[in-house]
Structure formats: C-alpha cells, structure tokens
Design a protein around this ligand. Sequence first.
Ligand SMILES: O=C(Cc1cc(-c2ccc3c(-c4nc5ccccc5[nH]4)n[nH]c3c2)n[nH]1)Nc1cccc(F)c1
Length: 255
Amino acid sequence: GNPIYMNFDIGHPLGKGQFGCVFVAREKTSGYIVALKVLTIKEIIKSHTEKQLRREVEIQTNLRHPNILRLYGHFHDEARVVLILEYAKKGELYYHLRKSGRFSEKRASKYIYQMTDALSYIHKKHVIHRDIKPENLLLGMGDVLKIADFGWSVHAPSHKRKTFCGTLDYIPPEMVDDEDHDEKIDIWSLGVLCFELLTGTAPFETEGGHSETYRRIATVDFTFPDYLSFEAKDLIKSVISSFCLCESALLSYLH
Ligand SMILES: O=C(Cc1cc(-c2ccc3c(-c4nc5ccccc5[nH]4)n[nH]c3c2)n[nH]1)Nc1cccc(F)c1
C-alpha cells in the first residue's frame, strides 16, 4: 500500500529542531493533528546519533504522563525517519517567557508543579532527563506544560543496594556517582528553571566565558531580584543548595 506518510496532510513547519524539522500534520482518516519530526538518515549517521535516537524512541514510547509530550510512533523510508509526536497547541514555553519577560509567581508555580510531577514520574521509572531547560518545554491547551526532549535522558544505573554498609573509603568512583546523585541533577535544573521562569534570566548567566559560569555554579553564586517573594527565594535556595550540599558533603568526606 501507500507509504505511511501518505496518511498525513503535511502543514507548515513548526520549528527547526537540533536534528531535523518539525511539521504540523493532520492524519487523514482520524483528522488528528500531530507534529511530524523528520530526520534524514544521512544526518543521523553523520552525527552518530543513531544510538541516542533509538534510546530516546524507546524511552519516550514507554512514558505516559500528561506533562510529557507523547511519541505516538515512528516510521521510516530509505532516506528519513519520521517521528509522530503530540502537537502542543501553544508552542514553546521559551517563546511565551521571552514575550512576557518573566512570569508571575502564580503562573510559574503552576509550571513548576507540573514539571515536578513529570520528574517524579520519570524518576520512578529510573529515567533521568538531564537536559531540563525552557527550550525543551512546550505548552498544550489549557496551559499544560509538556516536556518535549529526551535526547540526553538515560536509565539510571541499576543499584544492588541503596546504602553502603561499611566504610566509604573503598567505593569506586562510579559508585560515588550513584543514582540519587544523578536524579538530583534534574532537581537542580528544576531550581534553575524556577529562577528563570520568575526572572526571565538564568541564575548563573554571565557575560564572561564558561569558566566564570562554572565558578558561579560551583560556589552557588547568584542573587535574587527584590521583587521575588520570600517563599520563592526560599524554595529556589533549598532546591539548588540541597544538591550542592550533598555533593560537596560526599566529596569532602571522600578526600
Ligand atoms: O525530537 C524530539 C523532541 C521534539 C519535539 C519537537 C516538537 C517541536 C514543536 C512542537 C509543537 C508545536 N506546537 C506549536 C504551536 C505553535 C507554534 C509552534 C509550535 N510547535 N507541538 N509538538 C512539537 C514537538 N521537536 N523535537 N523528540 C524525539 C526525538 C527523537 C526520538 C524520540 F523518540 C523523540
């Protein structure tokens, strides 16, 4: 029969993604609106992202959560791979943040709540996103947040036991970087995202180069604008510093 993309009326491009372009499309029989992401096989091979693509398809196919963009399926011909993704009616969160400069605490707290719900769902499945940022977030109807990209997500390392019995001195480096530490990377990003939604800027953003930014992250060197409520500052401080605390506590113990 016809190649499967004949089942879709292809509409306008929605955006040029990292690895390919995304089009709005309507499935002919059901009239269902979707986002089709077209990746050329040549590009996938050239950028050696085949393994990452397979992992992302596998992860995203198995995730079912209102705040995680659905991957309905995928198909390919000899030249390209096409992903059938959920269409998010209100587009990129980043666009709305730039347009309004910064969100009210009421609006930002709704998005952070939805993010937290989605993160606890994927962490229970031992999936870590590792790339939470406004550019990877979309908005569906009713202002529902949708995590769109799982390009850098991984399955957390499987652990025999949670706590170490005996001294820490003999544990290998890979065990130091344990699952809890990994999941905390997403929580750290949640703190950074919270700051960015409330102020329109990233907390450690600097005009200087990367080294300046790294220094500021390592020393948790950021300041809050005056308009933030005590609660907002308290939440961001506790989320960001809890990561540093456990990280530095563990490392200082080991040296
Ligand atoms: O590549 C992505 C993530 C992704 C999602 C999208 C994307 C981009 C835009 C939209 C939109 C959308 N709706 C809009 C409304 C107005 C303006 C712009 C809009 N974009 N809906 N759904 C989308 C989905 N681009 N890239 N996932 C992926 C990649 C490889 C394997 C896999 F299993 C998943």
